[in-house]
Write a protein that binds this ligand. Sequence first.
Ligand code: DX5
Ligand code: ZN
Length: 258
Amino acid sequence: MTFDRSIKIAPPSILSADFANFGQEIRAIEDQGADWVHVDVMDGHFVPNLTFGPPAVKAFRPHVKTFMDVHLMIAPPVDPPYIQAYADAGADMIVAHYEAGPHPHRTLQAIKATGTKAGISLNPGTPASVIEHLLPLCDMVLVMSVNPPGFGGQKFIPPSSVDKVRQVREMIGGDRDIHIQVDGGVDPTTIGPLVAAGGADCFVAGSAVFKGGSVDTPEVYGDNIRALRAAAAKRRGGQSEHNALRASAKSRHRSRAA
Ligand code: DX5
Ligand code: ZN
């Protein structure tokens, strides 16, 4: 299968989705153009919120026709063997946090060993450079852009999230097939700079997709997804624009410091 560099909108399974109606919610967002379904797994310890165990994820699986990435916000992810349990539940990709334990390399190996795709996630305070030696095991790098991770509806953290996307893209280089996903606070105003920053291609957008809609008015989800896609498309290839913005910010900074 060829690597898909197109813009992907991945609404999360939590948030404004109707908890009693996940099947319908998943069908509604997929019918309305969502590319992936992003499942946020939280343990109430690594992040201050609690969500889905493997049985819940297994129950989502038959409803997901696109691609299901499972974002593990749990620590430690590899012992006990939750990774195998989420793979058995039907994840297409499992993403673990760099900060979740002392052995992120082993965690990625464990994910790969299950036959699912593997991703590594970075909290806002973690620099991009720490994952350089993990990239050969990664199909995706997830840049968290809100704090604390674990809640929807928070404000996007600029400009470090944008800078981090650019740094990750530089580390990946042009010839490795690794997605960059941004999670948290993604809306039509923030998605543009992230694309322009040089290569985020997958966007987790909860509030921005579910806003104003419901399973009874799914066309609102469609409008929201199209608005995100349009804002991203406008800025794709906007690398030079981003560089120019940063250069002018740096020169302003230099002249203030002088
Ligand atoms: C944050 C979660 C996100 C979140 C996104 O920790 O991982 O998936 O629900 O929600 P919004 O788009 O509202 O920031
Ligand atoms: Zn997430």
